[in-house]
Write a protein that binds this ligand. Structure first.
Ligand code: ADP
Length: 602
């Protein structure tokens, strides 16, 4: 990777980490520098101490020993402390990056979030970095890389000194040329081999990307209690484990291939490093014989030159690894800093006690992103204030999609939706979503206490919570739970209560009622309820909904009877619109749907 690109990625990476851990960059750089310098302090002073002792200058030897030990002690302590702090920060950064990614996932436009490209980016960032370490390894490896760079620099400075000191020697030109030549060959050779090893690693990660992704998915399937029944009863264990085994076999094979190839290359690099070291010893030995350097300097220069070769080699490897990983981790930053909404307006939503919020769909057509098929076509519709509106139609007719557009989960492909005469995109998104209480068919409850599930936050108005539980007919039951409304749902995060499908649906309705928004939307709100619970909910609906506008999507045709207007969808179009009495008299889909259910009760 080009140096500029690498710096660019690095800047992005540390900007992302900086949000929660502002000291990371300074620790990485400062810690890396100290880490790189320490060995050279020992090396330098050891050589000087030997010289002092050879000259029987004990005083100067003692002074040098004290300086060396003090410096190594102080810097060593700082080095350890910074590295320890960095290790903790590195671990915490992993969670911080995921926190920021999850937060972004929920503030960005749903339409954008749902796109395969977006999901792929996140998966690539996650899975791509599994093989070679993630955020935490990157921070520690960047620290090591800086340390190695400093070591290369220090050994280079000492090496140059050796050449400068040997400049008047007879053999200087010959030996210097040989050493410089060998170094250049060594550098080019190591760089090529490291690039090849890096390529192996990239190939390894690319080949495993898909396998990693599938294996994470399989683990989540196998460990999800909800799948336990189907897997057991349909005897799917062997089949699933076989698929998992095939993936693991493939991943293992790619790892062995990589280990074999990179092992061979590492051995070749080690061989040439030792060969170079041999020449260095000869050169330094000749310099001693020529009287250019002292015995102590032998230690210093052989140490410096061999360290130059080893550190250079390690630095190249580390640089390639870090640069490669930055490319993947850059996906996180790109995702986190991407725009939240294509278009987010600034208009506030007028707070109205009379709930006079009137919606209008004007020539709205829609197709889902990356599809060619129109799911809604030319919808013109006014949702009258305080009405109960039923939307009916066969599966796939576009009913839920209409609600998703209304809630701004997607933008219309053509046409516009107006709230009190103004395009809904012009309103502030946060405020806009506050006017809706929605129960989707695929609603989700979470392994949190029941009251927090209902309130949608940790601050709960307990009285109101009990009131809505009472309205959906759950209060009595909940009062018998171990911690009443504070009892946790499900067992994923510890001890909790498993609720039935019908109870879950009642909780979802309670959550919608708790929000007390002027617009209530319920998509198949009673599909999982028993007939008695269902009729109770419908009997109380007027009281529950009170002075709000309500939209129901329902296949229970009997529920349409108490609605003020009924909208009938077919293949993405509104084909009928009227009251129950009007539509049931007309020939058409509503009549058909009504009779299809009514005949079973006749
Ligand atoms: P209904 O609620 O009337 O049963 P939907 O509005 O859920 O129907 O779906 C209408 C059509 O849109 C269906 O053909 C469905 O396959 C398609 N659809 C729904 N969600 C998506 C999506 N996220 N991406 C692509 N197509 C979708």
């Amino acid at each position: 990777m080009k140096f500029n690109n690498m710096m660019n990625y690095m800047k992005k990476f540390y900007r992302m980490i900086h949000k929660d851990h502002p000291r990371t960059l300074i620790y990485t750089i400062f810690g890396g520098i100290i880490h790189g310098i320490i060995p050279f302090i020992s090396l330098y002073y050891s050589s000087k101490i030997i010289d002092s002792l050879l000259l029987s200058d004990t005083d100067s030897a003692i002074v040098r020993i004290v300086i060396m030990l003090s410096l190594v002690l102080i810097l060593g302590c700082i080095d350890r402390a910074i590295y320890q702090a960095l290790t903790v920060i590195a671990d915490a950064s992993y969670y911080s990056v995921w926190k920021q990614t999850s937060h972004k996932a929920y503030v960005m436009e749903y339409e954008e979030f749902e796109k395969t490209e977006t999901m792929d980016k996140i998966r690539r960032a996650q899975n791509g970095s599994i093989g070679s370490g993630g955020v935490e390894s990157q921070i520690l490896d960047t620290h090591t890389m800086i340390g190695l760079l400093v070591s290369v620099f220090m050994s280079f400075i000492f090496t140059i000194q050796l050449f400068v000191r040997g400049i008047y020697s007879d053999n200087f030109i010959f030996y210097s040329c040989v050493i410089i030549f060998l170094f250049i060959v060594f550098f080019i050779f190591v760089n090529l081999v490291q690039k090849r090893m890096n390529q192996y690693e990239i190939e390894l990660n690319h080949r495993n990307e898909h396998g990693n992704s599938i294996s994470s998915y399989f683990i989540s399937i196998c460990l999800d209690v909800k799948n336990g029944k189907d897997i057991r009863l349909f005897k799917m264990t062997d089949m699933l484990l076989q698929i998992y085994k095939n993936i693991i076999d493939y991943v293992n094979k790619t790892f062995y291939d990589y280990a074999y190839k990179s092992g061979k290359d590492n051995a070749v690099i080690a061989f040439f490093t030792q060969l170079l070291a041999g020449f260095v010893y000869i050169y330094v030995g000749v310099s001693v014989l020529d009287g250019n350097i002292s015995i102590g300097d032998v230690l210093l220069y052989t140490g410096a030159i061999t360290s130059l070769a080893t550190n250079l080699n390690q630095f190249i490897a580390q640089y390639n690894g870090v640069a490669y990983r930055f490319e993947y981790l850059g996906n996180f930053e790109e995702f986190i800093s991407s725009k939240n909404m294509h278009y987010d307006g600034t208009l506030p939503i007028e707070k109205r006690d009379d709930h006079e919020y009137e919606f209008e769909f004007r020539n709205v057509s829609f197709k889902y992103p990356n599809t060619d098929h129109y799911v809604l076509r030319n919808i013109n519709l006014k949702l009258n204030v305080n009405n109960r509106i039923a939307i009916v139609g066969q599966n796939g007719a576009g009913k839920t999609t209409l609600i998703k557009l209304l809630c701004r989960l997607y933008e219309p492909t053509e046409g516009e939706i107006l709230l009190n005469g103004i395009n809904i995109e012009k309103y502030d998104y946060e405020e806009y979503t506050r006017i809706f209480s929605v129960v989707f068919q695929d609603f989700r409850l979470f392994p949190l206490p029941l009251d927090e599930n209902i309130a949608g936050s940790e601050e709960v108005d307990e009285e109101r919570c009990l009131e809505v539980l009472d309205q959906v007919g759950l209060k009595e039951k909940v009062m018998n739970w171990p911690q009443q409304q504070k009892t946790r749902l499900y067992k994923n995060l510890g001890d909790g209560i498993n609720v039935s499908g019908g109870e879950a649906q009642k909780i979802a309705i309670a959550r919608a009622l708790y929000k007390d928004a002027p617009f209530v939307i319920m998509d198949e709100p009673t599909a999982a309820l028993d007939p008695i619970a269902e009729s109770e909910i419908y009997e109380n609906f007027n009281e529950l909904i009170h002075n709000k506008t309500a939209i129901f999507i329902s296949h229970r045709m009997s529920s349409c009877k108490f609605c003020d207007e009924i909208i009938v969808f077919q293949d993405g179009e509104i084909i009928q619109h009227g009251t129950h009495n009007e539509l049931v008299e007309q020939e058409g889909l509503y009549h058909e749907l009504w009779n299809a259910q009514a005949q079973y009760y006749a």
